[in-house]
Write a protein that binds this ligand. Structure first.
Ligand code: NAD
Length: 294
């Protein structure tokens, strides 16, 4: 008999993820506060629940894909813990702060449940295509149980250690991405001012020590490197607002352990400026336009 999964939070990311669970033979009970999200989940084959409690009651596992830590904590503490059957597994795939992730997992364990934090790398395209990467925090036993469910939604599932370590891996990675994107943008911008053709600079730097993913997989200059959001007027891709969210989570986590992250802090300030210019929904490689004074 196939497992029944309660899926809470079927927005941009969760909608595609739930559809992939259905394609892989899981039964999905969907709950979201948004009628549009619920209608889309129903069209993909999920059954609609009238509340989180209804979705969770009798389910073998609960997957959440919610905006932030406060939503995750209130859904688990307020609804999931009280309604879940004994032995149900909890998987939170949202990107949230490490402290809340650890608190919610500890609370779940205190009630006898197993839980993992399993944030993702990859955007809406990867969620729809089932090609997300999951970074997972939790006990070995919880990870082993989560593995087949996460594999149905992704191409890679990596155990990062105990509870909260998935979120730690995610924000460290995205802080690095934010900083390398800013650095890549300023290098291209300066190269051009110094009279270098962007394609020529790419040909040199992409095989030299300045190379990074921001350059060779996601070049911020239109027409240079493989197809990326810069070729589509910085539409789609990974929004400035989401990068800013992750950089704020990174500074918060850094402060909590007294880590020095000057590059991460600088990237956060620059992405805040970009968001304040009304560019929060554009792809984060649009940083190059701000550095060029556009
Ligand atoms: P979204 O806003 O599109 O979806 C979140 C959904 O949660 C919404 O449909 C909302 O109605 C629902 N929701 C909020 N509170 C709820 C509650 N109490 N009960 C039930 N439903 C509730 O956001 P998204 O883009 O799908 O992102 C979800 C998470 O994934 C975020 O933590 C985000 O940081 C992370 N993430 C997003 C991307 C991306 O490219 N969009 C990439 C990686 C990670």
């Amino acid at each position: 008999m196939s497992l029944t999964i309660a899926f809470i939070g079927l927005g941009n990311m969760g909608g595609g993820m739930a559809a992939n669970l259905l394609k892989n033979g899981y039964a999905v009970r969907a709950f979201d506060l948004s009628e549009d999200a619920l209608a889309r989940a129903e069209a993909a084959g999920a059954s609609r629940a009238a509340s989180a409690v209804e979705a969770v009651t009798g389910a073998d596992a609960v997957v959440t894909m919610l905006p932030a830590g406060k939503h995750v904590e209130s859904v688990y503490a307020g609804e999931v813990f009280g309604a879940a059957k004994a032995g149900a597994l909890f998987l939170d795939c949202s990107t949230i702060d490490v402290a809340t992730a650890r608190r919610v997992i500890e609370a779940a364990e205190a009630k006898g449940f197993e839980m993992v934090d399993a944030p993702v790398s990859g955007g809406i395209g990867a969620a729809n295509g089932g090609t997300l990467t999951f970074m997972v925090g939790g006990s070995d036993a919880a990870f082993a149980r989560a593995m087949p469910i996460l594999s149905a939604m992704g191409k890679a599932v990596i155990h990062a250690g105990g509870g909260g370590n998935g979120q730690a891996a995610k924000i460290c990675n995205n802080m690095l991405l934010g900083a390398t994107m800013v650095a890549t943008c300023e290098a291209f911008s300066m190269a051009q001012k110094l009279g270098l053709d962007p394609q020529t600079f790419y040909d040199i730097s992409s095989v030299s020590s300045g190379q990074s993913w921001s350059m060779t997989s996601y070049c911020p200059v239109p027409g240079v490197g493989p197809q990326s959001p810069s070729d589509n007027d910085y539409q789609g891709g990974f929004a400035v607002g989401l990068m800013l969210k992750d950089l704020k989570l990174a500074s918060e986590a850094a402060a909590s352990v007294s880590a020095s992250v000057p590059m991460g802090n600088a990237a956060e300030a620059l992405y805040q400026l970009l968001a304040n210019q009304g560019k929060a929904t554009r792809d984060f490689s649009i940083m190059i336009e701000m550095l060029e004074g556009k």
